[in-house]
Design a protein around this ligand. Structure first.
Ligand code: URA
Length: 206
């Protein structure tokens, strides 16, 4: 596993905006979306291109086109907050959905839904904004590598040291995060964190 802590001042500013408890769901969604564009740039840095002729209004020249179209997998619900930006930058990518919730008593992942196309030999970008215990992420990664994905980039916003440690066993995995926070608390929330990312996106519970 390769770990990238995304050192970008604008990204850090946006995470601070996301942390603020006063941020309404509308503001939270807007900041998450803007941050996701920055993360999408970082997550797509190593994609391959091929030369392609292009006619400008003045002459023919050689450009480049993407030959990699990674499958994008937002983990429901929270991953939806990052999806639009990734789809905007990768308009030819397929989007697959995996719905997992965390059993609040055990913190173990519970699968509710999955709709994933053939990923054999493909690159996959997983959107999982809060890397807490790493249980959900590990379960998704096991599934994708069993389906023979060639490599996975896991995009998070905030990560706990415990979650990062949990994913170290995976090969062909890059984890991107903006902030590595202090710890998990007794309820497996990331501290200082920003609360429940899904609730912050879609309801007024926090
Ligand atoms: N998921 C969240 O949304 N927040 C946390 O702090 C941990 C897991």
């Amino acid at each position: 596993m390769e770990m990238i802590e995304f050192e970008h001042p604008v990204a850090r500013d946006f995470v601070t905006r996301l942390r603020r408890k006063e941020a309404s769901p509308a503001r939270f969604r807007a900041y998450a979306n803007r941050l996701a564009y920055l993360l999408a740039v970082e997550a797509t840095r190593d994609l391959s291109t091929a030369p392609a002729e292009v006619e400008t209004p003045l002459e023919t020249t050689l450009g480049e086109v993407l030959v990699d179209h990674p499958v994008i997998v937002p983990i429901l619900r929270a991953g939806l907050g990052l999806l639009e930006a990734f789809q905007d930058l990768l308009p030819d990518s397929q989007v697959a959905f995996i719905g997992i919730s965390r059993d609040e008593a055990t913190a173990k992942p519970v699968w509710h839904y999955s709709s994933v196309p053939d990923v054999v030999g493909k690159k996959v970008i997983v959107l999982d904004p809060m890397l807490a215990t790493g249980g959900t992420a590990a379960s998704v990664l096991e599934y994708l590598f069993e389906k023979k994905a060639s490599e996975v980039v896991l995009v998070s916003v905030v990560a706990a040291p415990e979650g990062i440690a949990r994913l170290e066993v995976f090969e062909n995995l890059t984890v991107i995060t903006v902030c590595v926070d202090r710890e998990l608390d007794a309820s497996w929330y990331i501290r200082p964190g920003l609360g429940d990312f899904g609730d912050r996106l879609y309801s007024n519970n926090t």
